[in-house]
Design a protein around this ligand. Sequence first.
Ligand code: PLP
Length: 391
Amino acid sequence: MISPVLPTYARAPLHFVEGKGTWLTDETGRRFLDLGSGIAVNALGHAAPELVAALTEQANKLWHLSNLYEIPQQEALAQKLVDETFADTVFFTNSGTEACELAVKMARKYWYEKGKPEKVEILTFAGCFHGRSSAAIAASGAVKMVKGFGPVLPGFVHLPWGDHDALDAAINDNTAAILIEPIQGEGGIRPLPDQCLQGLRRLCDEKGILLILDEVQCGVGRSGKLFAHEYAGVTPDIMMVAKGIGGGFPLGAVLATEEAAAGMVVGTHGSTYGGNPLGCAVGLALMNVVSEPAFLETVRARAGFLRQKLEGLVAAHPDTFESVRGVGLMIGLKTKPAPADVVKAGYDAGVITVPAADNIVRLLPPLNITEEEIAEAIDRLDKAATALESA
Ligand code: PLP
């Protein structure tokens, strides 16, 4: 008999009842160190006081307003994002998938308004993940995403990761945009080298193509910069954001230059909940913390500390771990056993991690994890590896 909850997830039998900072507590009172953050969502940990304060203050005033009216909290968060990034304008969504939908629509509408309606093709790369809507699975193109869900939305061209010749060959008069994650998340924590992102920006400028960056997983401080593309010193035309920006409240956004957003006039897009006062109040409180240079510097320092400890862990457990990769607090441990087995051993040792493709176990801790918590997490991962090796 089908479960009341549609069974699209293979859920671990863990019943968490409370979260505080980097810690989760289950119904028996057992405490777990959370290095998953709900897959890169709880950027300031669980029940972060700044976010609880912003949420409750707003909840006592006004929860929801239609986008038929002005929403001051939305304007404030949009202004903050415009001040901190390349963007001139922002549309708020409730998720990364919805941000993908708008990014695709915006790119195609841009060329339509320019009198080039044939420019609809969006180039994407193997291992990418942009969400689960019809457009987002078409963008991925992976068989496991699209099989059985046809007809697949046309207009996406799938390229191998890191193959410059294939990229050059794929560009033609119909190309509208390149869509890429600066650091692939679900694909197994694969950072795009800075020179490749710079090369993509150059290529887009030369050929007249829009560059769309998906920073849903790697954005909002996770890389140690506010947005991961800052390392390369180039900017996109359109950027998708979600996950960390709400710190646990469902919030996403599309950021764009005035030029790229030119086609999105009144009536071309909308959302009932996107940009509601609750989400934007939380998002602004979060951005006010994460955008501080001192905060980001601490993220980079903690990331360095964690990375160093992980190198030691890998050296101590060559039968379990092969290598460590990633940027900032978006880290992948390449495992020898199936990543799911390593994650399960972690549960038994009281530490939460997240599997990804390419035999990777992801570590995506809250950005404000302490050095003591990092040391404790390494201890627990060490126990998990030892248990696996003696099984
Ligand atoms: N883009 C990236 C890079 C993601 O990692 C995800 C989710 O994992 C999405 C888009 C989709 O976001 P959401 O699950 O909020 O719809």
